[in-house]
Design a protein around this ligand. Structure first.
Ligand code: C2E
Ligand code: MG
Ligand code: MG
Ligand code: MG
Length: 283
């Protein structure tokens, strides 16, 4: 019984509450220390023109090199950063680092993911204004990617912030388009420039009835509203062929390039290879 198990029972019980709280606090502490110690780094995933296959821009994606746990992806620490407030210093670091990096690549843009929590707690337009000034980066080459979570909680605040970014010349992308509840109306009522079709829809193009038609409809919507459309998560030649045939102008995905280091982007841009550009795992 539970009583007989003694200590084991306690730790099982604790694992549901106390251990989780301790683990959370431990991670927050690790993140705080890791930020100061320079354990976070960015990788950049190219976004390609479907026609010329040239790199139009890169998306900055944050990673953590934890001293004991090794490499940790954003899905495992962004939520903790958001809950703890550490997303504010982390997000500022990401923005500054991405702008500094992209300043070295004269021909292309850079996109940065900004959390709804940053929008709700800070003046993101003012932050961007300060960072582009400090880094000498041209704001018109910066794109901010937001999910519609930004728009849901405080629409007025979001509208002001997005308007402020537009006034700086920054482009706005709606990330993970189609996965939320209000994507369609948000496209009209907020000043987006770019729709990023969520990779689930790209995935469904090949193997589900109507999957391709859904993507075609989003492409048509973008065209009708004068927005540029990027397909995320392109993994197969067939998907790329269909997207190209359907006049999708920009694609991003493992088929063309994985997220890569700063050095690899520089090599890629200086003509270090044509066709497929891969890094890390074999695709
Ligand atoms: P996202 O902005 O939608 O980024 C796309 C994610 O899909 C990235 O995962 C990318 O590595 C992955 N991906 C790209 N191509 C493919 C593909 O062909 N197949 C598959 N299966 N995946 C692909 P990652 O880097 O793990 O980032 C996950 C999410 O974490 C991002 O989704 C974004 O929401 C968030 N994130 C990443 N960096 C930052 C950041 O600096 N700030 C904030 N606030 N969020 C970030
Ligand atoms: Mg993104
Ligand atoms: Mg996305
Ligand atoms: Mg996402």
């Amino acid at each position: 019984s539970s009583k007989q198990n003694g200590r084991g029972t306690f730790s099982f019980y604790a694992s549901t509450l106390n251990d989780r709280l301790l683990a959370y606090r431990g991670l927050v502490e690790d993140m705080r220390r890791g930020l100061a110690a320079g354990e976070f780094f960015l990788e950049y995933q190219p976004r390609f023109d479907t026609r010329g296959r040239s790199v139009r821009s890169v998306e900055a994606l944050v990673r953590w090199h934890h001293p004991e746990r090794g490499r940790i992806g954003p899905v495992d620490f962004i939520p903790i950063a958001e809950r703890s407030g550490l997303i504010m210093p982390l997000g500022e670091w990401v923005l500054r680092t991405a702008c500094q990096a992209a300043a070295q690549w004269p021909a292309i843009g850079v996109s940065v993911n900004v959390s709804p929590v940053q929008f709700h707690n800070t003046d993101v337009a003012e932050l961007v204004r300060r960072v582009v000034e400090e880094t000498g980066f041209d704001a018109s080459r910066l794109e901010v990617e937001v999910t519609e979570g930004v728009l849901l909680e405080d629409a007025e605040r979001a509208r002001n912030a997005l308007g402020g970014l537009k006034a700086l010349g920054v482009k706005l992308a709606m990330d993970d388009f189609g996965t939320g509840y209000s994507s369609l109306s948000s496209l009209r009522s907020f000043p987006f420039d770019v729709i990023k079709i969520d990779r689930q829809f790209i995935n469904d193009m090949e193997d589900r009835d109507g999957g391709r038609e859904v993507v075609q409809a989003i492409l048509g919507l973008g065209k009708a509203l004068g927005l540029s459309v990027t397909a995320e998560g392109v993994e197969t030649v067939r998907q790329l062929t269909m997207l190209t045939a359907d006049d999708c102008i920009e694609v991003q995905g493992y088929l063309l390039a994985h997220p890569m280091s700063l050095e690899s982007v520089s090599t890629l841009l200086s003509g270090g290879g044509a066709g497929k550009h891969r890094e890390g795992q074999a695709a």
